[in-house]
Design a protein. Sequence first.
Length: 426
Amino acid sequence: MPPEAADVGAEYEALLQFLYLAPVGLAQTTLEGEIVMINPLSAQLLMPLSQQGFSNLFAALEDVAPDLRHQAAKFGAASGMICDGVRIQLGPGTVTKPDAQTLSLTLLKLDSKRLMAVLSDVTEHVKRERLLRQSEAWLNAIMTGVRDYALISLDSQGRIDSWNESIGRITGHDSSAVGEPYSIFYPGDGITPHRLMDRLREADDSGWSLDDGWRQRANGSRFWGSALLSPLRLLQDDTGPAYCLIIRDITDKLEASETIRRATSCDHLTGIANRRMLFEAAEIELARWRRAPRPLTLLMLDADHFKTINDRFGHPAGDAVLCSLAAALTSTFRECDIVARVGGEEFAVLLPSTSVQGALAVATRLLSVVAGQTLEIEGHRIQYTVSGGVASMEADVTGFDALMKRADRALYAAKSAGRNRVQSFG
């Protein structure tokens, strides 16, 4: 063997040894995602997605990272980073195991023929991040100037106990707000009566409860607010306040907050919640349901004949259909509902404090809206429909994964019955 060939062989063997012994998951693929080399750790991390094995990275991740193939195909540079540290939620938890595994994925384009995926398990890191965000929010609330606060005392049922000038300054409400539930500071569909009491119980359990989102002033205008709720254990009696609610107007921080939210919690293509955000919300709602059972319903939706749309009109048209459906979902469901894309053409809506009948009614309205619209895409007029399946949380449902399976069965029943319809489980 020539010396040059021996050197190349030695370098290749060294590369293979590095690949297989690396402390992170590594997988080399073609531009289409076909796996050329994969180390044991990467295979182990991806195994929950396919017990029968896999040969294509994009196909293996299709259900949990549906836009990864799309991102890789649209990356025009000769080489470089396609995505960095994308969080992938592998699966929902159960009643006995509430925490889902989270992977971090970085995808690199090495040259005109090769991609390299770097995978690592960041489940524990995500938990620590969540606690850190809560701690930072608490410190920010303490350190911000007092004029940025509305300081509100609440009774044991979450009703406003007394009025002060800070309430009027931030929310515009006058003394007539006394006796009203603190939900008056939220948009009409932003919080349910169950959720109002949930936050009080969560504050009792952990010492405080933090909630960022849209708030509503007395005149109906909105602002982006941070609401920190804390029990006043030392002051509780039959006549005094039981909780302190601190509302801050942080509209000036909305752009930065929205940028972070979109990067970590939103689907790259449609802008609605991603799979990870859905599972995190489900974990919270299941904990609330276990503490105080109430209606909790999941709606699974699928764009009908989506592959045909892609094949006939091209992937840009398919992407436009998915974005159109996401927009219809956002405009149809409440602000407190979690609307998410969970994979490919499949979407989900988690509806707190909603019965099966209520979910069926709003889903039927959505189907009518979708079927009645026509999309103009690159000179083509495209109409499409969706099918849906509904399932409700019950005592014999072991967790969110089981709830999803029930809703999926109802969805497949709707498709089998002719599509463009919604059915309930059972």
